[in-house]
Design a protein around this ligand. Structure first.
Ligand SMILES: *[C@@H]1O[C@H](CO)[C@@H](O)[C@H](O)[C@H]1NC(C)=O
Ligand SMILES: *[C@@H]1O[C@H](CO)[C@@H](O)[C@H](O)[C@H]1NC(C)=O
Ligand SMILES: *[C@@H]1O[C@H](CO)[C@@H](O)[C@H](O)[C@H]1NC(C)=O
Ligand SMILES: *[C@@H]1O[C@H](CO)[C@@H](O)[C@H](O)[C@H]1NC(C)=O
Ligand SMILES: *[C@@H]1O[C@H](CO)[C@@H](O)[C@H](O)[C@H]1NC(C)=O
Ligand SMILES: *[C@@H]1O[C@H](CO)[C@@H](O)[C@H](O)[C@H]1NC(C)=O
Ligand SMILES: *[C@@H]1O[C@H](CO)[C@@H](O)[C@H](O)[C@H]1NC(C)=O
Length: 830
């Protein structure tokens, strides 16, 4: 496909300008094929000021789930009979903020609507905010593929084609028009094309071409197995990175269908009325595929209607997909989310003995900014009650046949939070892979002296320090676990642990971390299945320098990857991994990682930072711009998403991270900076001392402790961003995520940073009237920046310090604002 670009530009005489060397460079790597798209939901809303009276809930105030249930009943009473909802079991109360996060799923005639989500955030009987993408409208016939719907599906790729066309025109205009483009503009255009071509190469060949699957052999023509199998094969043709296999599946579907085996999954509760299967022997899947018939919402004309689909969970070598494929022939892929996220390419027990590690200490981002030193296992009784080197045998993948709740102490890089090991073979095996053993001393002290070599020896040279690199990965992974835990990524909110200490949530899901993974170079990725299944992080070597650089040693990359687990589990609830799939949501999934990693490495003396600069051996790192307050150095605003090169989730994420970086600096200006982001270790009884970290503990009028508030700007924004993830809806837009951060501040501080946050967002175009028109299944659309702040903030000249905005009492919410735009409403609660 790239040839097509070069050809079309060569015709215009541009080839020399654009087709520069990067692609012939042997360092250029294979990109992991990934799919991600789905119908836009114009009716979905997120309200942080619901202007809703909960008086009638008086009697149930004590029960937040019941408050949420009544609230949902009320806001959904307009929906046709036949629709009902279920409060999901992964709803939880955050013990740090006291906010209960309730997740509801919609059902119609007993059939689940897979993208019918409501999330309600409740505290003290008050609805703080909620997101709503429930289906409203006629049920229709979800099994008949109307021509309107077929058009919609066919349009996915037409929209891509149109976008590509307009970009070719734009670049031609730039080159021949008055503007003389700069080299870096051309480079970015080139990257933009590459993203688009990749999207088209990966998605369109098969998404738009449903194959006729003849049903033969063991299937009866109308059996559910047959239709599920055909739909799955249709998906595998699109999903496999192996083009030979795709072709073979398309040509001889029966060969593959006949090999598949189907086991019905029987639903004990009888809650589900649609069939569900486990399908084995699926080509290119590495484990049996879960399949369930559900409904999804798709645009049809001007309305949104329901369509019956098979929802598949497909684990592959490099992807872990949640896909929706129409039940009705021709089988069309309606939406697909890859639970795997790439990093960028440049492109009750007693306290065991404390381990020590010779590592780049937390805060030393990579080998260019500091040397290694001896660090201790971080004994945080709240985050890791049994330390990093212990786990219960009943949840220990390395211990077979034991079901007793005995804890096993380990002397290698294997524990309750992280399993770290090499994976030179680049395959899925991991339990028996090599990991260093420090013996009884638990002194992980290994050498690191990488030497320049000739190419053929580079790999061997890197393998020489495998003990060091696995130790580092284990240390960094556990530090992130403990840090995020203390900011509220705990068991009930879906964190990654083999054992949950009876604190709720699903267990058996430590992060599997592969060092020097042989399945790629110059990259890293993270797969996040729902709570209760292990996260998988793969770190690669970077062949960008001699000796090679090892991504495991660059903390920023590891933090970025782990943060995919954080944002995916927190957004839309622990049991839903499908909320950050594509477009702006998927982009923010990347952006949070960059922002959190950059915040971790920053210090009192402000400076700009690049992402992945050491590993990529490039001063400006792997993004288009370094993160900077200077608008010349980093000009990104919301509207930047319309530019060439901003279709991929990483480019979108870069804009989000930049906006958060600007916002965070405003809070630092106002509240100061603390050197360590780690809250003080808890006392023996589990209470958290304020130290210099938190503000003085406050109490409610009834004498209960209010949530602890981080005192400084950097720790406060860290907390607000993580709390915001819990508040925002499934499939959030930039607007939703912005509003959720502002709502998080409202809940935590009473909104004292309302205007600082808005001023920060607005300075990069995300003011209250920012807009996007015509969202597409690929995350496209036309965006408008807004640099204004809400009226309540306009009187202020300079942002720091700000008087606390006075919340209007419940019921008066509209008084300060006469227009009808909900987004601009001043929050009234608290
Ligand atoms: C693990 O270590 C702790 C303290 O070092 C000890 O109390 C406990 O008995 C050990 N567990 C096992 C199974 O050896
Ligand atoms: C690491 O230590 C060496 C020797 O003490 C010193 O020359 C070098 O500057 C240090 N590197 C960094 C990045 O601090
Ligand atoms: C680590 O090993 C080096 C040499 O291999 C040694 O000099 C140093 O004392 C060791 N450090 C610890 C904490 O054991
Ligand atoms: C690479 O290094 C090895 C071992 O040092 C040596 O045997 C080989 O000749 C070298 N190859 C080249 C092309 O220099
Ligand atoms: C790794 O450490 C082990 C001891 O734990 C040692 O036997 C082995 O030789 C080391 N491997 C390398 C490649 O240095
Ligand atoms: C910040 O800058 C001051 C003055 O240049 C310097 O003394 C201090 O070490 C720096 N602090 C950090 C954490 O870099
Ligand atoms: C912003 O960056 C540009 C380009 O590096 C520089 O010329 C300018 O002085 C910077 N502005 C500020 C306020 O630092």
């Amino acid at each position: 496909m790239r040839r097509l670009l070069v050809a079309s530009l060569a015709a215009a005489g541009l080839a020399a300008a654009l087709a520069h060397d990067t692609h012939s460079d042997s360092n250029q790597l294979r990109r992991r094929k990934t799919l991600g798209f789905g119908p836009a939901h114009p009716h979905a809303t997120y309200r942080t000021a619901p202007l809703y009276t909960t008086d009638s809930f008086g009697a149930v105030r004590e029960d937040p789930i019941e408050v949420a249930r009544r609230f949902i009943l009320d806001i959904t009473k307009d929906i046709d009979a036949g629709s009902h909802f279920v409060i999901r079991k992964d709803s939880y109360t955050d013990k740090n903020t006291g906010i209960t996060h309730v997740f509801a799923r919609q059902f119609v005639e007993g059939v689940e609507i897979a993208d019918g989500d409501i999330n309600v955030n409740v505290k003290d009987g008050v609805i703080l905010s909620y997101g709503d993408s429930f289906h409203r409208g006629p049920l229709g016939d979800p099994f008949s593929l109307t021509s309107e719907r077929l058009d919609v599906h066919s349009e996915y790729c037409n929209q891509l084609a149109a976008e590509m066309q307009s970009r070719v025109h734009r670049i031609q205009h730039q080159l021949f028009g008055e503007q003389t483009p700069m080299r870096d503009v051309l480079d970015r255009e080139q990257q933009g094309f590459e993203t688009l071509f990749e999207l088209r190469e990966w998605n369109c060949a098969h998404v738009d071409t449903p194959y006729k699957m003849s049903v033969e052999g063991k299937f009866s023509a109308s059996s559910e197995e047959a239709f599920a199998g055909q739909a799955l094969l249709q998906f595998m043709i699109a999903a496999t990175p192996n083009s030979g296999l795709a072709e073979s599946m398309a040509q001889r579907p029966s060969d593959y269908l006949n090999k598949m085996t189907f086991s019905y999954v029987h639903d004990l509760t009888g809650e589900s009325v649609t069939p569900a299967f486990i399908i084995d022997n699926v080509p290119d899947a590495v484990s049996p595929v879960k399949a369930k018939m559900v409904l999804v919402q798709v645009p049809s004309g001007h309305a949104t209607t329901l369509e019956a689909v098979w929802r598949f969970e497909v684990e592959m070598q490099d992807n872990w997909y949640e896909a929706a494929v129409t039940v009705t022939e021709p089988h069309r892929i309606v939406s697909v989310v890859d639970w795997a996220s790439d990093s960028p390419i440049p492109t009750e027990p007693s306290e065991p003995k404390t381990a020590t590690y010779n590592v780049f200490a937390w805060g030393v981002n990579d080998p260019s900014v500091g040397n290694r030193s001896v660090q201790k296992e971080n004994f945080d009784h709240l985050a890791s009650p049994i330390g990093w080197h212990s786990l219960p045998t009943y949840n220990d993948p390395a211990t077979t046949s034991s079901h007793s709740k005995v804890f096993r102490n380990t002397t290698d890089t294997w524990g309750n939070n992280v399993f770290a090991h090499e994976n030179w073979e680049g395959r899925n095996a991991w339990v028996t892979n090599y990991r260093p053993d420090a013996g009884e001393s638990l002194n992980f002290n290994f050498t690191y002296h990488p030497k320049e070599t000739n190419r053929t020896d580079s790999m061997d040279e890197a393998k020489k320090y495998i003990n060091t690199t696995i130790t580092q990965l284990f240390y960094t992974g556990n530090m992130i676990h403990d840090l995020y835990y203390r900011y509220g990524f705990d068991e009930v909110s879906g964190n990654f642990q083999q054992h949950n200490f009876g604190r709720g949530g699903e267990e058996g899901d430590a992060v599997i971390m592969n060092a020097q993974d042989g399945s790629g170079f110059n990259n890293a990725n993270f797969m996040t299945p729902p709570d209760g299944q292990n996260g998988r992080c793969r770190m690669y070597l970077w062949n960008t320098a001699n000796p090679y650089r090892d991504g495991d040693l660059e903390a920023g990359i590891v933090i970025h990857e782990y943060s995919h687990g954080l944002s995916t589990r927190l957004t839309g609830g622990p049991a839903n991994s499908g909320c950050l799939g594509w477009g702006e949501s998927g982009g923010m999934g990347e952006g949070w990682g960059d922002f959190l990693a950059t915040t971790v490495r920053s210090n009192k003396n402000y400076s700009d930072y690049a992402m992945g600069a050491w590993a990529a051996n490039r001063e400006t790192g792997i993004r288009n711009y370094v993160y900077s307050l200077n608008e010349t150095v980093n000009p990104s605003t919301y509207k930047t998403l319309d530019k060439p090169g901003y279709w991929g989730v990483h480019a979108i994420g870069e804009v989000w991270a930049q906006i958060l970086w600007v916002v965070s600096q405003r809070l630092i200006q106002k509240h100061g900076f603390i050197d360590s982001l780690y809250p003080p270790l808890p006392d023996a009884d589990g209470t958290v001392p304020e130290g210099d970290f938190y503000r003085t503990q406050e109490y409610t009028s009834s004498g209960e402790k209010k949530p602890l508030v981080p005192k400084h700007g950097n720790s406060l924004i860290f907390q607000l961003v993580i709390n915001g993830m819990k508040l925002q809806p499934c499939r959030p837009s930039f607007f939703d995520a912005r509003d959720a951060i502002i709502a998080a501040d409202q809940a935590l501080t009473g909104g004292e940073n309302f205007c600082d946050l808005w001023t920060g967002f607005a300075s990069r175009g995300l003011g209250p009237d920012a807009r996007v028109d015509g969202r597409t299944p690929w995350g496209g659309g036309v965006r408008t920046d807004d640099y204004a702040v809400p009226k309540a903030c306009k009187s202020q000249d300079e942002p720091v310090p700000e008087p606390e905005p006075k919340p209007t009492p419940p019921g008066d919410g509209d008084d300060d604002d006469d227009d009808d735009d909900d987004d601009d409403d001043f929050p009234w609660f608290w």
